[in-house]
Design a protein around this ligand. Structure first.
Ligand code: SF4
Length: 309
C-alpha cells in the first residue's frame, strides 16, 4: 500500500489517497475540531472497502466496488496517520478512530480484528472507536462479533451509529438500496449493545425535507435512554449534487427535532466545517476526484492534490 496524494490543511482536515499493488485505491482522512488541539481531540476516518456495493444515493463511495481491505490494509491507514503527525511524541485525550470513510464496514470482518489489534497496540492515546453502518440485513454475524468486542474492550468508549436517514421505509429503501434491518431489529440490537455509562447509539439522519422523517416512528421504536439523534446536512458530493439532494440546511424550521427533544431525546445538529466541503473531505468525494483526474490537480478544490508517493 502506498500513499499517492494528499489534500487539505493539517490544522483542519487532510485526505490521503493510497493504492495497493493491484491498483485498488482508497482514501482516508484525519481532522481536528478547532479550537481543540491534536492532543485533546483527533479524528481518523478510515476506509474498509474498495468502493462500496451499497450505492447510497448521496455517497460517492458507491461509485464502484472492488473488494474488501485486509486487516493490514486497514491498519496501514491508522499507522500512517500516527506516523505522519508524530503521534509517538504526545498523548491524545480522545483519539476517535471512525470506520466511516469508504465502504460499509459490516461487510468486512477484518474490522473486528483491527478493533482488537488497536486496543492492544496503541497505548499512548485514549481510543474512541466508532463505526457507522446502514445495518445491512446480511451482516448479523458481523454485528454479533462487534457487540462481543465492544462489550469486552470498549464498553464505555465505543460509538455506534446507524445511518437511517428517513423513518419512511420506502424512502429509506430508495436512498439506501440494499436489504436492511427494520427499525425493530435495530432497536433490539441497540438495547443489547448499549452498556450503562457507555455512549448512546446514534441514529443519523441526513437532512432533506423530502426524506420525511417522523418523530412518532422514532418514539415507537427507540428509547431516548439508549439512542440519540444526529442530524447532518447532505454534503455536496458528486452523487448528491447529481441526484439533486443537496438542500439549504434550514433545520430550525423542522418541527420533528423539537418534538423529539420534548420527548427527552438528545438531538445533535452537526453541520461540520464548511471548509471540509472545499477540500473534498466528505466521504468518497476525494477518491472520485482522484480517479477522474489521476495526476491532475483539481480546479474545484481550494487545496492542491500533491503527489507524495
Ligand atoms: S454511505 Fe456508506 S453504505 Fe452508503 S454507499 Fe457510502 S459507504 Fe456505502
Amino acid at each position: 500500500m502506498k500513499v499517492r496524494a494528499k489534500a487539505g490543511d493539517d490544522n483542519l482536515a487532510t485526505v490521503y489517497i493510497a493504492e495497493n499493488e493491484k491498483g485498488n485505491v482508497i482514501e482516508f482522512a484525519q481532522s481536528l475540531q478547532p479550537p481543540f488541539p491534536r492532543e485533546k481531540k483527533w479524528v481518523f476516518l478510515i476506509s474498509t472497502l474498495y468502493g462500496c456495493p451499497v450505492k447510497c444515493d448521496f455517497c460517492d463511495a458507491g461509485g464502484f466496488y472492488s473488494g474488501k481491505l485486509s486487516k493490514d490494509e486497514i491498519m496501514f491507514q491508522i499507522n500512517y496517520l500516527l506516523k505522519e503527525y508524530d503521534a509517538d511524541k504526545f498523548n491524545c485525550e480522545k483519539l476517535k478512530i471512525q470506520f466511516a470513510r469508504v465502504g460499509e464496514p459490516s461487510y468486512n470482518d477484518a474490522v473486528i480484528e483491527v478493533l482488537k489489534e488497536i486496543k492492544f497496540n496503541i497505548k499512548k492515546h485514549n481510543l474512541y472507536p466508532s463505526l457507522s453502518t446502514v445495518a445491512p440485513a446480511s451482516c448479523a454475524l458481523f454485528f454479533e462479533k462487534l457487540a462481543g468486542v465492544k462489550k469486552t474492550l470498549y464498553p464505555k468508549t465505543f460509538q455506534l451509529q446507524f445511518s437511517i436517514h428517513s423513518t419512511d421505509p420506502e424512502i429509506r429503501d430508495k436512498i439506501i438500496p440494499v436489504k436492511k434491518w427494520s427499525f425493530k431489529e435495530i432497536a433490539d440490537y441497540g438495547e443489547k449493545f448499549y452498556d450503562e455509562g457507555g455512549r448512546k447509539i446514534t441514529l443519523n439522519f441526513i437532512y432533506n425535507p423530502d426524506f420525511k422523517s417522523d418523530a412518532e416512528v422514532i418514539k415507537k421504536h427507540f428509547s431516548p435512554d439508549k439512542f440519540l439523534i444526529k442530524i447532518t446536512p447532505v454534503n455536496p458530493t458528486y452523487k448528491a449534487v447529481s441526484n439533486k439532494l443537496v438542500t439549504e440546511f434550514q433545520y430550525k424550521e423542522d418541527v420533528w427535532f423539537e418534538l423529539l427533544r420534548k420527548e427527552g431525546y438528545e438531538v445533535i445538529i452537526s453541520v461540520g466545517e464548511l471548509e471540509e466541503n472545499k477540500i473534498g473531505s466528505n466521504c468518497g468525494q476525494h477518491i472520485t476526484n482522484y480517479l477522474r483526474n489521476k495526476e491532475k490537480i483539481s480546479e474545484s478544490y481550494t487545496y492542491r492534490v500533491v503527489s507524495i508517493g
